[in-house]
Design a protein around this ligand. Sequence first.
Ligand SMILES: C[S@@+](CC[C@H](N)C(=O)[O-])C[C@H]1O[C@@H](n2cnc3c(N)ncnc32)[C@H](O)[C@@H]1O
Length: 250
Amino acid sequence: MESRFYSTAFATIAPYYDKLMSFVNYPGWVDHIEKIINLNNITEKRIFDLACGTGVCLELWSDRGYEVIGLDKSIDMLRVSKEKLLKKNGSLLVNGDMRNFKLGRKMPIITCLYDSLNYLLTEAELLYCFRRVYDALSDDGIFIFDMNTIHSLRDAWGNNGFQRRDEGLFSIWSNRFNPNNNISSLSITLHVRRNGEEMVLREFHQERGYPLMVIEELLRAAGFDCWLYRHLTFTPATEDDLRIMGVVKK
Ligand SMILES: C[S@@+](CC[C@H](N)C(=O)[O-])C[C@H]1O[C@@H](n2cnc3c(N)ncnc32)[C@H](O)[C@@H]1O
């Protein structure tokens, strides 16, 4: 007997997210971001990770002596974060929306990683988020994010599907790209065994790619100066990159 569950993004997938992302070199990402932090002479070890998900980076930062705050819209993702941070001092998790949050304190470092900003599907939403980041960032602080480019969603994800087998988990990924709005719609189907029962979990995700010029304009409209690089490099970003990294200051 098989049970089927359909949910919004980052609900049923949450307990399996870390396994599905096990190929991502998060420690390498954190190394690079720490290099940017040091190059910008930021010495205060406090970091606010927007859309922190299951807290992989929060845990890495905490292990490096940073006080961490994570915010995410999905309570299921935060539940996994909480397990990781249970024994860490000076950590805080907030259930909130990055388009509309008030932190009540200024932070010297704010991050938003692994496509999270692509989940904002209109320019207005992106601008709301950048404005909230502006309010939450210290005057000499730094905001570092990554985003998938249109090239990535259109040409790498495209209208393709693939299957993966991870330990105890079989997943089917299927993308559809809409060239009219640069939105990629992704259906993820997970086949898992829980308490001896076969379960099929399905989630529907959407990510939008934005021209680099638009990202820069929106950051400037929020009051920021910004530099866009090819992901994990200091090479200026182009539309031919798959993933870009923004380094942003007031
Ligand atoms: C691809 S995951 C990345 C998670 C984490 N940053 C990482 O590097 O693994 C995207 C995350 O963005 C969160 N998210 C999407 N829209 C959001 C919003 N409007 N406000 C807060 N979190 C949001 C999702 O719940 C999910 O945890």
